[in-house]
Design a protein. Structure first.
Length: 271
């Protein structure tokens, strides 16, 4: 068996890539392919954590490279094995020429909005089947809980769809508090203690408010604004449009973790 230090993709490589190949063969939609693959790769990551294997990527860190032209740059990051594998997965395993073309045209914004809608509906289909009393349950060996996943998605969507596009706005004060943002930001450790977390109802409300505000503002973003560069970290491409396009993929990554958390909590499969 390969060393733990090599990374989780080495340790689950055979079953992971076999699973990805099987899934990709069944999919015809260029929009859905990367979503489905993201879900399956992240289920493998959670399984890897349960087995006590070393961690290169916990789901709290966005990719620092883009695809396909910057694959090699992604290999220079701390999570190089995982980053390059995801870049390779998106560019080689999935036929997404139409999706990549959207990065260079005004259709990119429409595509981003539709993907964000689809990702949210998928996430909701999972959350609606998880009783709220289980949101802070952290199954044995699992690195996270449902509450942290949802709070993190709200925080990330605010950053990717609002803050990174137009900066802070007065309306943001009603979206989420600074304490909420810090509690679920990238790199934080999930805390399963309800006493030290916002209530499930508050997490749900913030999750929904940020989504609705994003949908309200995104159609008004101009093409010129969306082509403006952004500072690292970034994925897809170093523009504001790239932030919007990555939002849905980031959500599907965490939907994969939510799906596996459901099963670890003893719930039956949704599909």
């Amino acid at each position: 068996e390969r060393s733990q230090q090599v990374g989780h993709l080495n340790q689950v490589e055979v079953s992971l890539w076999g699973c990805l190949e099987a899934k990709c063969q069944m999919l015809n939609s260029a929009v859905l392919k990367p979503f489905r693959v993201a879900v399956w790769i992240c289920r493998c990551v959670v399984i890897q954590r349960q087995r006590g294997l070393s961690v290169l990527h916990s789901g709290n860190r966005e990719l620092s490279g883009s695809f396909p032209s910057r694959c090699r740059q992604a290999c220079n990051t701390a999570d190089s094995r995982y980053d390059f594998a995801v870049v390779r997965m998106f560019s080689d395993r999935c036929s997404i020429r139409g999706w990549k073309m959207g990065l260079e045209t005004s259709s990119g914004l429409r595509l981003a909005i539709e993907q964000i809608r689809f990702a949210r509906e998928y996430t909701r289909s999972l959350l609606d089947t998880i009783p709220e009393q289980l949101w802070f349950e952290q199954p044995a060996g699992a690195p996270s809980c449902v509450a942290w996943q949802v709070g993190h998605l709200a925080m990330a969507q605010y950053g990717l769809c609002l803050f990174r596009i137009r900066g802070r706005a007065e309306a943001d004060l009603t979206l989420m508090s600074s304490a909420f943002r810090k509690k679920f930001s990238r790199g934080t450790t999930p805390d399963p203690d309800p006493a030290t977390n916002p209530a499930v109802s508050e997490i749900r409300e913030v999750f929904q408010r940020v989504y609705q505000q994003s949908l309200a503002e995104m159609p008004d973003y101009s093409e010129a604004v969306l082509q403006e560069p952004v500072d690292p970290p970034w994925a897809v491409q170093a523009t504001k449009l790239g932030c919007l396009l990555f939002c849905s993929h980031h959500e599907m990554i965490h939907a994969g973790q939510l799906g596996l958390l459901r099963r670890l909590l003893g719930l039956a499969p949704v599909r």
